[in-house]
Design a protein around this ligand. Structure first.
Ligand code: TXE
Length: 521
């Protein structure tokens, strides 16, 4: 039973690392949202008409200016997330230009016009192709856990597809989105990228004020609301929601590397990663050794603020800190043991990296998205039990298997009901523009990255050009020759081609003559 939530400070007004105040950022009105969409829409047609190579060059310029002016964004990210500048650099900024380069390659394939192969026998004189057209103006609604990456994973492909964009940062980290919009203004056509600040009502206003497509990253509850409103308005929507990722540790794993990898992917960004390892299923045979090493490793981690160098930051919001404490308390109440951590750090919304042993399937820390620096360990008999428990979840983003027997690991990982299966690693496809980032169940069907994410940015148009001077044999009038023609077509499909063709050709001439007469000769 969870206790009622206390009152929290207004989002985005307190530094997570030390509690110092941050100036409030005004929220947009509905009219301002509409105006922002219209400004982007006015700039979009000229942008869509520029050659793809020019748009690709602009993406490199955007990636470059973000890196060149990284000191500014690191200071903003440090203030809004409480992470050390080094952690902000490594987790969100360092890969920007490489991401743009890869996004350019994915775009070249995803936006290429596809020629449709047609049988000249069935479709004489016809040619057809499928082209990709921008939706118009794409809205990007982002959460607070990665205030920059959660924008540019959609921003680059949406722009490459020829769209205008409206950014809607989380109310907890408005300044990062504002800075990103300013960098877009430095290198892109005026007004092409807009930013609107505010909370849920401003996010909802994007949909009611005319956006042409929406991409959403955030909680399951809000993802459902956004998807429902988009559905009502028949606006394309891709929603990437929460996760409850599991890592399965087999007895034959490389223990040192496995402990280091799982501690990283569980505690990275203070666990505030939709694909953080939230549950570890370890085979009983090595459980004691695994737990001891995890405790030793997690006990060494430093939480910002620590003279510019720290392994992780605090929780980014007060509600998140409170939720993590609720989950840990529930686990302890149900029999789990806190082996390290389990308390606030005493600075800002810092929470000590925590290892829970003896977790069971009924605990909130195993069933619900904790989204905090908590490594919850469940001891299992064998791999089969681990797979069963992993799949018994309301989420399905990543799932990983850690073993020296890679072939067995791959077979087990592909039995997990998830969007991304991994062996001996976790979560890294999130920064690979070529790999689809997607999930099942409560994680939502949305896709980020890869050409499979492109329905959020483009619609497909089919084009068919008919240069055949003869009418199609199926047109009016229906007559005895049509019946004979249809029978010969069936014979051709199920029987001998040659026999059927000998019947078809004379009938074809009769049909074409009758149809021309029907049309007046
Ligand atoms: O998410 P929200 P929050 C999970 C994590 C966390 C929980 C809440 O478990 O505890 O979500 O985080 C905008 N129409 N994740 O509160 O509410 C909102 O302004 C349109 C997982 O940040 O989903 C913000 O910009 N927009 C996730 C964005 O949606 C609306 C990362 C996300 O807010 C809206 C973050 C509405 N009705 C949190 N209501 C992940 N998958 O990585 C809110 N918003």
């Amino acid at each position: 039973m969870s206790t009622p939530a206390p009152t929290f400070p207004a989002p985005g007004t307190v530094r997570p690392d030390d509690g110092r105040p941050l100036p409030a950022v005004p929220y947009a009105t509905r009219e301002e949202v509409r105006a922002a969409i219209e400004r982007a829409r006015a700039a979009q047609p000229a942008w869509a008409a520029t050659p793809l190579a020019q748009r690709q060059a602009a993406m490199l310029a955007l990636g470059r200016i973000i890196l060149e002016r990284r000191a500014e964004i690191l200071e903003i990210l440090n203030a809004e997330t409480g992470r050390s500048p080094l952690e902000c650099l490594v987790s969100e900024v360092i890969g920007t230009l490489d991401f743009a380069r890869s996004a350019n390659k994915v775009a070249a394939a995803a936006l290429a016009t596809e020629k449709v192969p047609l049988s000249m026998l069935d479709h004489p004189g016809k040619r057809a192709y499928i082209e990709a057209l921008p939706h118009g103006v794409v809205g990007i609604i982002a959460p607070w856990n990665y205030p920059l990456i959660n924008f540019y994973k959609h921003l680059f492909p949406a722009l490459l597809a020829g769209n205008g964009v409206v950014l809607k940062p989380s109310e907890s980290c408005p300044r990062t989105g504002a800075w990103l919009a300013a960098r877009c203004a430095d290198v892109l056509p005026k007004d092409l990228v807009q930013v609107v600040q505010g909370a849920g009502d401003v996010g909802a206003a994007l949909l009611t004020e005319g956006i042409d497509s929406i991409t959403f990253t955030g909680s399951v509850a809000t993802g459902r609301k956004v998807s429902a409103l988009a559905g009502e308005r028949l606006v394309p929507c891709t929603a990437e929601l929460g996760g409850k990722d599991a890592a399965i540790v087999l007895a034959d794993c490389d223990l040192g590397r496995t402990v280091a990898g799982i501690v990283y992917w569980s505690i990275h960004n203070a666990g505030q990663n939709c694909a953080s390892v939230e549950r570890v299923y370890v085979e009983a045979a090595i459980a004691d050794a695994f737990v001891q090493r995890c405790v030793a490793a997690v006990g060494k981690l430093r939480v910002a603020p620590q003279e510019g160098i720290a392994d992780i930051g605090p929780l980014h919001t007060a509600p998140q800190l409170w939720l993590v404490e609720q989950h840990v308390a529930d686990a302890v109440q149900r029999g789990a043991t806190v082996l390290v951590g389990g308390t606030r750090t005493g600075s800002g919304w810092g929470y000590a990296p925590t290892v829970l042993d003896g977790c069971t399937h009924d605990m909130r820390v195993i069933r619900e998205e904790t989204f905090g620096p908590v490594l919850a360990i469940v001891r299992v008999k064998d791999a089969e039990e681990a797979v069963r428990l992993t799949n018994d979840s309301g989420y399905g983003l990543n799932g990983s298997v850690w073993t020296k027997d890679v072939a067995r690991g791959e077979a087990l990982a592909r039995r997990l009901h998830v969007g991304v299966s991994l062996v001996n690693n976790h979560a890294i496809p999130a920064i690979m523009p070529e790999m689809p980032w997607t999930g099942v169940r409560g994680t939502g069907p949305g896709v980020a990255n890869s050409r499979h994410a492109y329905p959020a940015y483009v619609r497909r148009r089919g084009v068919l050009v008919d240069s055949n001077r003869q009418p199609d044999p199926w047109w009016f009038p229906a007559d005895a020759n049509l019946a004979a023609f249809a029978d010969a077509v069936v014979q051709r499909s199920i029987g001998s081609m040659v026999g059927a063709l000998l019947k078809l050709l004379p009938l074809l001439g009769k049909r074409q003559k009758a149809i021309r007469e029907f049309g007046g000769g």
